[in-house]
Design a protein around this ligand. Structure first.
Ligand code: ADE
Ligand code: ZN
Length: 323
């Protein structure tokens, strides 16, 4: 086994709403009586061509209008876990976007109940342990993030961490210092998207102001030698998403992806799928695409897979058992 497709791995950067496949969009639209602005599955799939992060987010938020009940979130998560199992995933730390649902009238209790119903049985049904991370939508601002933090209070038993996602440029991490301080004080893990489209300065803010334990994406760190040195010294993991970076035009083509430079600089890098339904591949597919485009050898693929467990929020003993 050398391709990386089924190599045992952890997935640490996965938006559950980004696993919504076009077929499920149509099934759920029918089940919930939601009218769609697309005629067919093929019509929807044809729109999966993006100019940048915002053009993707527009479709991502539109399609998730079909998610209405706890059962919808359970079905979505079960479908992801089944797929992840085929791609060698043994542990998944899953993002969800509370505000993307509450803002359209779906109760947070419904969302969390649906997600956790699937996650509860994941280990026995799919052999995958899980964590759940609630992300704040940075383009909705720090006040709404604080209100969302309050709304999450009754659900903190089910939530392992908080993150920061959505449109990056113009929404720097430092604005979210108050809500991240609260999450840290409550003992939650903290991560943030930074340096996907945004500048290295946003990565500095994520680590120095928000105190994140991992940086999601972080690829623009290659532009700042001092930042690379800091990330390498602290062993702060980056959750890199190669197919996403190409589809959202953060990187012109996979053969020019900065991942080898990040590895050469001594960073702890992991490979992930981000929004696999939209970007042409699940996590194992990202490993295979990297091997083909960059000529990564088996030892490097094995290192990336092992480092995915090292960068996870699993306790050390559980991590070591998986490596
Ligand atoms: N939400 C879902 N996918 C995202 C990405 N790649 N960047 C920022 N926010 C997101
Ligand atoms: Zn992401």
């Amino acid at each position: 086994m050398s391709s990386g497709l089924t190599l045992p791995k952890a997935e640490l950067h996965l938006h559950i709403e980004g696993t919504l496949e076009p077929e499920l969009v149509f099934d759920l639209a029918r089940r919930n009586g939601v009218a769609l602005p697309f005629e067919t599955v093929e019509d929807l799939r044809r729109r999966y061509v993006f100019d940048d992060l915002q053009s993707f987010l527009d479709l991502y938020y539109l399609a998730m209008a079909v998610l209405r009940t706890a059962q919808d979130f359970t079905d979505l998560t079960d479908a992801y876990l089944a797929k992840a199992r085929e791609q060698g995933v043994r542990h998944a730390e899953i993002f969800f976007d509370p505000q993307a649902h509450t803002s359209r009238g779906v109760a947070l209790s419904e969302v969390v109940a649906g997600l956790t119903a699937a996650l509860r049985t994941s280990r026995e049904r799919f052999g995958i342990s899980t964590r759940l991370i609630a992300c704040f939508l940075r383009d909705r601002g720090p006040e709404e993030a604080l209100a969302t933090w309050e709304a999450l209070q009754p659900h903190l038993e089910q939530i392992d961490g908080v993150g920061l996602d959505s449109a990056e440029v113009g929404h720097p991490p430092q604005l979210f210092e108050p809500v991240f301080a609260r999450a840290r004080d409550a003992g939650l893990h903290v991560v943030a998207h930074a340096g996907e489209e945004g500048p290295p300065e946003y990565v500095w803010q994520a680590i120095d102001v928000l105190g994140v334990e991992r940086v999601d994406h972080g690829i623009r760190s290659v532009e700042d030698r001092a930042l690379l040195h800091r990330l390498a010294t602290d062993r702060t993991p980056l959750t890199v998403c190669p197919l996403s970076n190409v589809r959202l035009r953060c990187v012109p083509e996979l053969s020019r992806h900065p991942l080898p430079k990040l590895l050469d600089a001594g960073l702890l890098v992991t490979v992930n799928s981000d929004d696999p339904s939209y970007f042409g591949g699940y996590v194992g597919d990202n490993f295979v695409a990297l091997r083909d485009a960059l000529g990564l050898d088996d030892a490097t693929l094995r290192q990336l897979a092992a480092d995915s467990f090292r960068a996870s929020f699993l306790p050390e003993g559980d991590r070591d058992a998986l490596i």
